[in-house]
Ligand binder design. Structure first.
Ligand code: AMP
Length: 414
């Protein structure tokens, strides 16, 4: 039977999985990382435009954010007039424009990299990420990537799938199926747990949050309810830490004397964008570290270089404090989760959850698991890692499609 690779193309990170002798395997890169940051960095070398993808590209963000394109998934299959473009234009450094050569107004976004006099569509940019994933999967599995299943966000499905088809043509792979990200997680669960069940998926990634209630039915899953927030994710968790660090720095510099006799009565306002990006990068690192440890040190050099070259930021951050800083965001996800369950119960008042799946990098935060346990009881399923479930589910779905095809087109069963 042909091998089908499942691709989780995420706003923040992407990954690939496949089945080997019935067992899911998540592809690792040369350095044994399974997540590839969905970031493309454009640069010039010997008069040619070159690209970097993944971790190397992400590391260029502090240095040159105008050429470091992240979160491109948000614009796949979207129009320049969409709300997402307006929000992103306020938040992102790179330039999002209307593509004068677009064939349709429904998909007319162009990312401009003025420094290199370059314009690229979201599909062009995503293609760099997919080529990278393809190479990585082929190196790891020692097989060519021919057939793929790609997961999709729950909204904008029609235009998104048109764009994804274009993308697959560009990189020369055969798209055998697409499925919702939440549905993919459910397939991963269903592969390991037989019988009837109703589950919920709590999916908190870098930029978006989704909560869905799904019931096993013959041949797959039925979605009873789903709610989400397209602008709630790990980035907001980072932002909360950044705000704290800025406040801390401001208070600690208040009324301090600096070389040259400068005295600042009300502390320092940091307006240097390079420094702010460095603080954001450190905030994210410390947030991730605090999922494992109780305390971490944050260091940013020369925060107010022009005033004091020795103005480093050194802050100790504890897990308790992080949890306090993030509590409002966590509660927003809980409220949405409870509303989703209420919606599911209007369809079927007897809905009872058998398991709760955690998906997305930000869901690795221990406090989130703890809060969900308090609210929903002891039903969290932890046999699937939050960052692996979607790619594994896509691989399982692909495997089931291939098996059904081999049997002569029989309906697939989860
Ligand atoms: P995803 O889009 O699912 O890859 O999630 C990316 C988000 O998860 C980013 O905001 C990361 O900072 C965050 N993240 C990744 N790993 C962890 C972790 N161990 N603890 C907390 N947040 C994490």
């Amino acid at each position: 039977m042909t091998r089908v690779f499942g691709i989780d193309f995420g706003t923040t990170n992407s990954s690939v999985a496949y089945l080997e002798q019935g067992k899911p395997r998540v592809v690792l890169d040369k350095e044994r990382y399974k997540l590839v940051p969905s970031v493309v960095y454009f640069y010039e070398k010997a008069d040619n435009v070159r690209v970097m993808v993944g971790r190397a590209a992400k590391s260029k963000y502090v240095e040159n954010p105008f050429c470091t394109i992240h979160s491109i998934k948000r614009f796949i299959g979207k129009s320049f007039d969409s709300e997402d473009v307006k929000v992103a234009q306020d938040k992102y450094y790179y330039i999002i424009d209307r593509d004068p050569q677009a064939k349709s107004h429904e998909m007319d976004i162009l990312v401009r990299i003025n420094e290199l006099d370059l314009g690229a569509t979201p599909v062009d940019i995503a293609a760099y990420i997919f080529r990278y994933l393809k190479q990585m999967a082929e190196n790891f599995s020692k097989e060519p990537m021919e057939d793929v299943v790609i997961t999709m966000p729950t909204s904008q499905k029609t235009r998104y799938s048109t764009a994804i088809k274009q993308l697959c043509e560009k990189i020369g792979v055969n798209l055998v199926g697409t499925l919702d990200e939440t549905m993919a997680s459910a397939y991963a669960f269903g592969y390991m747990n037989k019988g009837e069940h109703t589950i919920a998926v709590y999916d908190l990634g870098g930029g978006t949050f989704d909560f869905s209630v799904l019931r096993r039915v013959p041949g797959g899953y039925e979605e009873l309810a789903t709610l989400g927030d397209n602008w709630l994710g790990g980035d907001d968790f980072d932002h909360a830490v950044v705000q704290y660090l800025l406040k801390y720095f401001q208070i600690s510099t208040k009324n301090r004397s600096f070389p040259g006799g400068n005295r600042y009565k009300d502390g320092i306002l940091i307006t240097d964008k390079d420094v702010l990006r460095a603080i954001k990068t450190e905030a994210e690192k410390s947030k991730i570290a605090l999922s494992e440890t109780q305390q971490t040190l944050i260091h940013v050099s020369q925060v107010i270089k022009e005033i004091d070259p020795k103005s480093d930021m050194d802050v100790k951050l504890s897990r308790d404090l992080l949890e306090y800083l993030e509590s409002e965001l966590i509660e927003r996800t809980i409220t949405l989760a409870l509303d989703t369950i209420e919606n599911a119960r209007t369809l079927d008042p007897k809905v009872k959850l058998d398991a709760l799946l955690l998906v997305g990098g930000q869901a690795r935060m221990p406090k989130i698991k703890h809060r969900l346990q308090q609210v929903f009881g002891d039903i969290i399923y932890d046999q699937i890692l939050p960052e692996e479930g979607v790619a594994i589910g896509a691989a399982i779905y692909g495997h089931l499609l291939a098996a059904a095809k081999q049997k002569g087109g029989a309906a697939i069963g989860a």
